[in-house]
Every structure is written in C-alpha cells, then in structure tokens.
Design a protein around this ligand. Structure first.
Ligand SMILES: C[S@@+](CC[C@H](N)C(=O)[O-])C[C@H]1O[C@@H](n2cnc3c(N)ncnc32)[C@H](O)[C@@H]1O
Length: 354
C-alpha cells in the first residue's frame, strides 16, 4: 500500500468492526484514496463501490476492489516478470523526477520509464492494467525519497531510494468483486443506491492532486508541462477540490450529506481539519441517530520526521505528535448506533464514545 497522507491505516480495524455490526450488503467508499477502507469492507463480504477524483486511486481500485478470482494471476505474474527484465531507458520520468527534481534515484527512474512505456504495449483489460500499474506504483513508492508527500523531496537521499525497484504481484483481496469510478463525490452521491456510505474527504487546504502529482503523472503518462522545484504538473494550479478550501468545504459537505440516500453513513473527521465534528454530527442527524467514537492517533509519519521546504531542507519540527480522529456513525436504528459506538469505545484504551 502506498504512503498516503490522511490514509485510515490505523483506523481500518475500527471502521471494519463498525461496518461488520451493521446490516449492510453494499457500500460506497466515496473518497477512497488508497482504497484500504474499501478493501476492509470488501473482506467483510460487502459489495464495494470505490470512488475518488485521483487517477491513481482508480487504478488501486481496479487491483483491490474490482479484481477477483477470474483475474489470471499467472498471466499478470508473467507480464511483471517481462517488465522487470527490461533495461532502464531514461525518459520523461527520469528527467522530471530524478534529474530536475530528486524523488527517485536515476537508475530506478530509467527503469520506471522503460516499464511504464512497455505497459501501454500490452493488450490488457482494464482490471489487468490496473493490477500492473498498481504493482509499478507500489514498487516506486518503496524506493522514493520523500516523507510521503510529493510537495518536496529529501535533501539527502532516503536510504530506501538506493534499493532496486522491484515489481510484486498485488495481493488479492477476498470478497465480492466491486466497482470503481473517478467522479466528484458530490456528483456521485445522489446517484448511489447502497446500504452504507463511508465519507473521508480532504480536511485542509492541501490538495491531494498536488501532494501526489507524481502518481497522477505515472498513471496518466501524459508528460505534462511542470513547474517549481517539485516539478508539479501545471494542471495542479487549476484542479481544486471544494473540500480544500475553508470557505467552500462546509457547504460542499452539507450538500453531500443532504443528497445521500443510504440508510447508514459513516464519516471520518480529524480535529486538525476544517470540519467540526459536532457540526457534522448535527448535519448527520438528518440520517437518523448519530454515534461518535473518538480516537487519539499518532500523526502521519511525515509529521514525525519534521517539516521540509520544497528543496528538501528541514525548516521546522512539529509541535504535536498526536491528533484525534472522530468516527461518526449515523443510521435509523438507535439501539444499534449505541451498540456500535459503545463497542468501538471498548475496542481499546485509545477509544472513547460520547
Ligand atoms: C483523506 S483522503 C482519503 C483517504 C482514504 N480514506 C484512505 O484511507 O486512503 C481524501 C481523498 O479525497 C479525494 N478527493 C478530493 N476531493 C474529492 C472530490 N470532490 N470527490 C472525490 N474525491 C475527492 C482525494 O483525492 C483523496 O484521495
């Protein structure tokens, strides 16, 4: 799984235990990112629709939400073996992300160039292509030289960047085959016909499109014009999510919640973001009873390393290393909401229900 700011890695067991107690057969992970929440829901036997604006999230969704036992894994393994044997050949990726910026060592960049070019030459179904691209994304992520964000690279090469790029077959996820889309959440929400919607929107001004521009380019392979020390795609300047602006986010969130018809809604809120959990809980009361679980969690790994400027120089340390994640659960059955929130609270000393 790729390093991802705002990823619910540590919260997945809690979200899974919450969803596992609800009467749901289908769900939508509306802001899917890494797709790890959708994977957890799928492993419960729930039919999952994974959605995100990011192209790389769509590819991860093909590999982890859509691919099922009908995927010919031997064929994919053979394709990965052929791709792994290719000689490196410097191209756009090496020039942009290894020479002008230093996200990867040039030897790995040249192999990424050769492999990514070759992928488009294979006759692959959409799901197969998603699995192969996921393998390349994850391989690149294991040898990058960042703190987990692509706004900047480290001044001195990260030790892992010296490792050789190595393609692995993405692990299969058990559960029913789901579906994937790349739509604005507010456009998709009114069309959804599912039992549960999980909502984990961006919570501050930092755009995921900019933070993960290298993955966007690696998947699209469109050699965009770029700018700045991090060589960001020029369209980073135009592509904005309503959820990244303190002014527009509350209205976007309110509109989203008002259009969801699913009986069960689960929302993640961070105490470091734009949204106040109390206000969101009030909006959610339109969906029935609302339970709340507070989780004190370690901040994302980048914060523990420190703050770096676009040249990769450390310019500060972080003041707090802990934040609070809040899980809101809304649905029509009061007893069940209370039971689920109570069970979440007793899942560990870090949790408390209110
Ligand atoms: C906090 S992250 C979700 C992390 C995810 N739950 C995980 O565990 O990996 C928010 C996601 O929302 C996506 N996003 C931003 N604006 C969006 C929009 N308007 N519609 C759909 N997705 C959006 C971003 O690309 C990002 O992946």
């Amino acid at each position: 799984m790729i390093k991802y700011l705002g990823s619910k890695r540590t919260l997945v067991p809690l979200i899974k235990s919450v969803a596992g107690r609800l009467p749901v057969a289908s769900a939508c992970d509306l802001f899917a990112g890494t797709t790890r929440v959708g994977q957890a829901l799928r492993s419960l036997g729930i039919s999952v629709h994974s959605n995100d604006l990011a192209t790389y999230s769509e590819v991860l969704g093909q590999a982890y939400i859509v691919a099922d036992e009908t995927l010919d894994r031997e064929r994919i393994a053979a394709v990965l073996a052929e791709l792994s044997a290719l000689e490196g050949r410097e191209g756009y990726f090496t020039e942009a992300f290894c020479c002008r910026a230093r996200f990867f060592q040039p030897e790995n960049g040249a192999r990424i160039d050769a492999i990514r070019d070759a992928i488009d030459g294979y006759a692959l179904s959409e799901v197969e292509r998603g699995v192969v691209l996921t393998s390349l994304l994850e391989a690149a992520d294991r040898v990058d030289s960042t703190t987990g964000l692509q706004m900047a690279y480290l001044k001195a090469w990260a030790p892992r960047s010296y490792n050789e790029l190595s393609l692995r077959l993405p692990e299969p996820v058990a559960g029913p085959a789901g579906s994937v889309s790349r739509l604005d959440a507010n456009v998709l929400a009114p069309q959804l016909d599912v039992d549960l919607v999980y909502i984990d929107p961006p919570y501050n001004q930092h755009s995921f499109f900019s933070n993960y521009h290298v993955w966007e380019t690696l998947v699209r392979w469109d050699a965009p014009e770029s700018y700045g020390v991090a060589n960001k795609r020029v369209d980073c300047r135009e592509r904005h999510s309503a959820y990244n602006s303190k002014r527009s986010a509350p209205a976007a969130f309110a509109e989203l919640l008002a259009t969801i018809r699913a009986p069960w809604v689960v929302v993640s809120v961070s105490n470091e973001g734009f949204h106040d959990a109390g206000e969101i809980a009030e909006l959610l009361s339109g969906h029935g009873y609302v339970g709340r679980i507070d989780v004190d969690s370690k901040r994302y790994v980048g914060a523990q390393i420190g703050i770096y400027n676009p040249s990769g120089e450390k310019v500060g340390t972080v003041s707090r290393l802990r934040n609070r994640e809040i899980l809101l659960i809304a649905g029509p059955d009061r007893l069940l909401v209370e039971e689920v929130a109570g069970a979440g609270a007793s899942a560990g000393p870090a949790l408390s229900a209110r």
